[in-house]
Design a protein around this ligand. Sequence first.
Ligand code: SF4
Ligand code: SF4
Length: 320
Amino acid sequence: MPDSSERKTQITQWLKKEAVSLGFDACGIAKAEFLKEEAHHLENWLKAGMHGKMTYMENHFDKRLDPRKLVEGARSVIVLLYNYFPVKEISAENNYVISKYAYGKDYHFVIKEKLKTLIGGLQEAAGDIQARAFVDSAPVLERAWAVRAGLGWIGKNSLLINPKLGSFFFIAEIITNLELDFDQPKNNDFCGACRNCIDACPTGAIVSPKTIDARKCLSYLTIELKDEIPEEFAGTFNDRIFGCDICQDVCPWNRFSRPCTEPQFAPDEQLVGLKKNDWENLSEDDFKVIFKNSAVKRTKFNGLKRNIEFARKTKIRESE
Ligand code: SF4
Ligand code: SF4
């Protein structure tokens, strides 16, 4: 019989192998503990109001910083990365632009299924354990956990950069009371003197390295904000109507992004066929069909129409 330390290592190795066979590109494990350094940063960011109208971010402050408040007796935070860089970008010619992560089926569903399979395997291997899966979920500071799990560093654009993958990936977590072998943070930051993302951001949302004022970020303005888009952003959308990839597109670490092989993330044919005129005339019924399984649904029909109209009218005004 292997002793408990050997068993822990066996399960950790099994987990990492299984994650790869499910399509994940990287898996790291951090010790579940209070995120002391991040507490200060999060508090200041919230106090400065940079979360805008995402008031849900003010809730569960303690839970966000301590995974043991999300899963009783949590010992490990398993962090997984899933590449979504598309095989081919949708042409921007005579078109509006949506973020690459939203091309295919809503990642929440695709990744949650894979996490469920992993948890099932862990339960088979380790018996009666507690485990909860999170994908882009508000109570978890996913990038901080990814750094702790040795998966990369936080770039000046505030995103996780992995030296092999760049930054076009989803981050998911499993918090469990099972103790596994922990990875070590790499404590390296390879942004160096680069400031491409800061310079390229059309709204000046990267207010200092690693700090985004969400109120100015196109991802917030086109997805999270439910009100009218403030006029001060006229002319900044440059045809973007759902999210924004600019600070990732200009990042040198994304030069070598490999296309994703998950068929569920391939864009819907109807989406690829849309041109500006089609977007502008999109009916609610079309929206329901084309975005049935898509993350774009998050804006709802009226939100998407608002974005299209704002991008259209402010561009016309700019060019007059
Ligand atoms: S997503 Fe776009 S708007 Fe937001 S910080 Fe990056 S470049 Fe700026
Ligand atoms: S663009 Fe440059 S500064 Fe920004 S995250 Fe990438 S490497 Fe870092």
